[in-house]
Design a protein. Structure first.
Length: 282
């Protein structure tokens, strides 16, 4: 097969942006160029890779190709950055969990805006489990990983925080010095919001207690809404304090569980030079 980088870039951009028109604007070419690139790719692979009509979406064949295409493009971008003049300029995709996006990234981006003014850092928000997948698959160039073991070579610790309970401000235990898991289970534990479930499970392990919860959600906004309505309490990282609605407060946990947040590039392929620039800047 004679698949080209332009064809793979057209495929990924169309999937990411939902149409040939939006993909063309994103990669700076005409719509016909994107359409012809995708058509050429389909001829090379012998099948349809995108569903036309409405929002463009990958076919089963296109979906199987997508992760490989992202990985190839990430490597090509890294190669291009190496052979260009050594100037920190360009776009870099950075993934982080919600509490990091809200509680830490604004400060880091302020630093990078001063030290790397020509670098555009695009933020991808996801869960703990998605960070390494996106990073190694080429969806993103860098990620802020939670407690990686081992930490990837060349990575840097950018922050540490710990887990804390979240209760209503008028909760009888809101003024406590620390809360136990038993305290929280009395009200019903809302677990899983914002990708913090691994840490909640670890707290149960440290306490020698079975992991149990009253509700399990995905979004922190859902979790905070349930707590505000008196439907339970939860545990989140202290970086999430900036996300709390006015009616909620954080209370330390009796069992301390710190998190280490590490800025890194991938382990399975060379880093994009801009990742090294971000690491050096912090």
């Amino acid at each position: 097969m004679n698949i080209t980088v332009a064809q793979l870039r057209a495929l990924v951009a169309t999937v990411d942006h939902g149409s040939f028109t939006a993909a063309a604007a994103a990669i700076g070419v005409g719509q016909s160029a994107v359409s012809h690139a995708v058509a050429g790719l389909e001829r090379e692979v012998g099948g349809t890779v995108l569903r036309r009509g409405g929002t463009a979406a990958p076919t089963p064949l296109g979906d199987r190709m997508l992760a490989h295409a992202r990985s190839v493009l990430a490597s090509v971008d890294a190669l291009e950055a190496v052979v260009r003049p050594a100037t920190a300029r360009g776009t870099l995709r950075l993934a982080a969990v919600p509490t990091v996006c809200q509680g830490l990234l604004p400060r880091l981006r302020d630093v990078w805006a001063v030290t790397l003014p020509d670098v555009d850092v695009q933020v991808y928000e996801g869960d703990d489990d998605e960070m390494p997948e996106w990073l190694e698959g080429g969806t993103v160039d860098a990620a802020i990983l939670v407690d990686p073991s081992p930490a990837p070579p060349g990575s840097v610790v950018v922050a540490r925080d710990e887990m804390a309970a979240v209760v209503r401000r008028d909760h009888p235990l809101a003024g406590s010095e620390a809360l136990t898991l038993d305290d929280l289970h009395d009200d019903g534990l809302v677990a899983g919001g914002g990708g913090c479930e691994h840490q909640i499970q670890r707290l149960h392990e440290l306490a020698g207690a079975p992991y149990r919860y009253a509700h399990r959600v995905r979004e922190m906004s859902t979790m905070f809404g349930m707590i505000e309505r008196g439907e339970g309490v939860s545990i989140v990282p202290t970086l999430g304090r900036v996300m709390l609605p006015p009616g909620l407060v954080m209370v330390p946990m009796a069992t301390r569980l710190p998190r280490t947040l590490v800025l890194s590039g991938p382990m399975s392929r060379p880093w994009h030079p801009l990742v090294r620039a971000l690491v050096d800047a912090v």
